[in-house]
Design a protein around this ligand. Structure first.
Ligand SMILES: [Fe+2]
Ligand SMILES: [Fe+2]
Length: 213
């Protein structure tokens, strides 16, 4: 049972790690393709948060003595780069719509990972994982709000809305969770709530500065 949960946690984190790679590149192309300065800044921020998540997930995998899956990395690198290129062709609505749908799944991905972490006794990872789920919730909320204001939203039904953000903590408590692993205190990697600082530079290739995570 423990081994099964640990295997599921590792697989979930390997999927998330590569998913964040695709997301990072896709958002890089996305913010380059939008004209509104406020939207560019927010999507650029989201890109930085996805790279931050990838570093965090990589740390969790290392803690479990596991590694990313090379073939998955290659596939998701291609997916991310392809989406980035398509953002320049797909107009304004479809990249926003696609991003929102994906973010909806990302929330569940980290909630499931937290469940597996609890099941195999890695309580120290729960806060980090649920905090990432909350950040994905904020991403979904942003894209939902944007997509809903576009006329195409009448033609393309929006994806199912997630429950309120508070439910991420409320529905994922673990009875065995010691008090010291309460929000923000559990793990040296549990710093995802902090906004990743983004330095606005004219080129997309600069490295996003590391945050405290
Ligand atoms: Fe993410
Ligand atoms: Fe996200």
């Amino acid at each position: 049972m423990l081994d099964d949960a640990r295997a599921k946690l590792i697989h979930q984190l390997q999927c998330a790690y590569s998913g964040e790679l695709a997301a990072g590149y896709a958002y890089r192309g996305h913010w380059h393709s939008v004209r509104d300065a406020g939207e560019r800044e927010r999507i650029r921020q989201i890109e930085a948060e996805e790279w931050h998540h990838r570093r965090l997930v990589g740390g969790l995998l290392a803690q479990l003595c596991a590694r990313p899956i090379r073939s998955r990395e290659a596939i998701f690198w291609i997916i991310g780069r392809s989406i980035a290129a398509l953002c320049h062709l797909g107009g304004w609505f479809f990249p926003i719509y696609g991003a929102g749908r994906l973010e909806r799944r990302n929330i569940i991905e980290y909630e499931d990972a937290a469940t597996f972490a609890a099941a195999c006794g890695h309580h120290e990872m729960i806060d980090c994982l649920l905090t990432m789920a909350e950040v994905e919730w904020e991403h979904e909320h942003y894209f939902r709000h944007k997509a809903a204001g576009h006329p195409f939203a009448r033609l393309f039904r929006l994806w199912e809305a997630p429950p309120p953000k508070e439910t991420i903590r409320a529905k994922n408590p673990h009875p065995a969770l010691p008090p010291r692993f309460a929000r923000g205190q559990g793990h040296p990697l549990s710093l995802t709530r902090e906004r990743v600082p983004v330095v606005l530079l004219p080129r997309a290739r600069e490295k996003v500065p590391r945050s405290g995570g």
